[in-house]
Ligand binder design. Structure first.
Ligand SMILES: *Cc1c(COP(=O)(O)O)cnc(C)c1O
Length: 391
């Protein structure tokens, strides 16, 4: 018989009843150190008192009003995001997938309204932009698209980071180039800053819009508010989600006035997107993370974690190939699939996340403490040792 919950997930036999900062607590009281943070969602850890207050205060006032009316909390979130980024305008969604859908629509509409429609969006192998029919077509990955055809046309998938292939593919027919500055699901694969600058240049030359998916790598995770800032460039359209809600479902599309010019009244909408509860929490998250002192702390802690992980890799050369990523979006590139090490981590009460390309993902809360970093790497070391002993 089919389970009452549609069985689309490979779930670990773990469940939690409470969270405190970097810790998740099971019904029997046992505590797990959380280096997954809901896959980069719980950016401020679990039950951050500032977010609990923001949600509670809003919940006592007003949960939902339609976008038929003005929503001051949504306005405040948009004002904060535009104040801290390249963007002139923001559409608020409930998820990263919805942000991807709008990013695609916005780019197509831009060219349509210019009177020179351009259909082709260039994307990269290993990309993850969500699970909608559009987002799986953008990724092109066999495991996501198989059986779900016909796929939405208009995407061409290039080898990851292959600038030569992009130079050959981009042209006056290119609507947009869409990519994650650091691939998350694809295995924590950062694009070098120089390559991101070159992609920006190629977009400028061909007119193509640059869409960056910062759903996973954005919101302070690299030590800047958004990862592309390290390269000194900015996109035309950017997708944000995951960390921006701190655990409350929230996403956004940020865009320049030029890129968004086609999105006039009636061209897009959402029932829940921009809801007062989500926006009250999101605005508090942005205020906290955009603080330069907070971002500097992320950078400092990231260096500490990185250094400990490099030492860990050196002491388990049969298991760990290398450390990659930036800031607190880090991966251990393993010599085999990460599932066994993830499971060995559970035995040490440590939560990590598998990714493609034999990579174990580490996405701790940005608020993780130095002591928790040391504890996490000690547990990872024990997990690795146990796994090596079992082989
Ligand atoms: C998770 C993710 C998405 C999809 O976000 P959802 O909120 O799950 O719809 C899109 N892009 C990237 C890079 C992601 O990591």
């Amino acid at each position: 018989m089919i389970p009452t919950v549609l069985p689309t997930y490979n779930r670990a036999p773990l469940s939690f009843v409470r969270g405190e900062g970097s810790w998740l607590i099971a019904a029997d009281g046992s505590r797990y150190l959380d280096l997954g943070a809901g896959i980069a969602v719980n950016a401020l850890g679990h039950a951050d008192p500032r977010l609990v207050a923001a949600l509670g205060e809003q919940a006592a006032k007003l949960w939902h009003v339609s976008n038929l009316y003005e929503i001051p909390e949504q306005q405040r979130l948009a004002d904060l995001l535009t104040a801290h980024t390249f963007a002139d305008t923001v559409f608020v969604t409930n998820s990263g997938t919805e942000a991807a859908e709008l990013a695609i629509k916005m780019a197509r509409k831009h060219w349509h309204d210019k009177g020179e429609p351009r259909a082709e969006i260039l994307t990269f192998e290993g990309a993850f932009h969500g699970r909608s029919t559009g987002a799986i077509a953008a990724s092109g990955a066999e495991k996501m698209v198989k059986g779900f055809g016909p796929l939405m046309p208009g995407f061409r998938v290039l080898p990851w980071g292959d600038i030569k292939a992009l130079e050959a593919a981009i042209g006056p027919q290119t609507c947009a180039v869409m990519l994650e500055p650091i691939q998350g699901e694809g295995g924590i694969r950062p694009l070098p800053d120089a390559d991101l600058r070159r992609i920006r240049q190629l977009c400028d030359e061909s007119g193509a819009l640059l869409i960056l998916d910062e759903v996973q790598c954005g919101m302070g995770r690299t030590g800047r508010l958004f990862a592309h800032e390290w390269a000194g460039i900015s996109p035309d359209i950017m997708m944000v989600a995951k960390g921006i809600g701190g655990g409350f479902p929230l996403g956004a599309v940020l865009a320049t006035e030029r890129a968004a010019s086609g999105m006039v009244a009636g061209t897009h909408g959402s029932t829940y997107g921009g809801n007062p509860l989500a926006c009250a929490v999101g605005a508090r998250v942005v205020e906290i993370i955009a603080d330069p002192a907070f971002l500097a702390e992320v950078g400092r802690k990231a260096a500490l974690l990185r250094q400990k992980l490099e030492a860990l890799a050196a002491s388990h050369p049969g298991l760990i190939d290398s450390v990659r990523g930036q800031g607190l979006i880090l991966g251990l590139k393993l010599k085999a699939a990460p599932a066994d090490l993830v499971r060995a981590g559970y035995d040490q009460h440590l939560l990590t996340v598998p990714a493609a390309d034999n990579t174990l993902r580490l996405l701790p809360p940005l608020t993780i403490t130095d002591a928790e970093i040391a504890e996490a790497v000690a547990r990872l070391d024990r997990a690795a040792t146990a796994l090596e002993g079992a082989r």
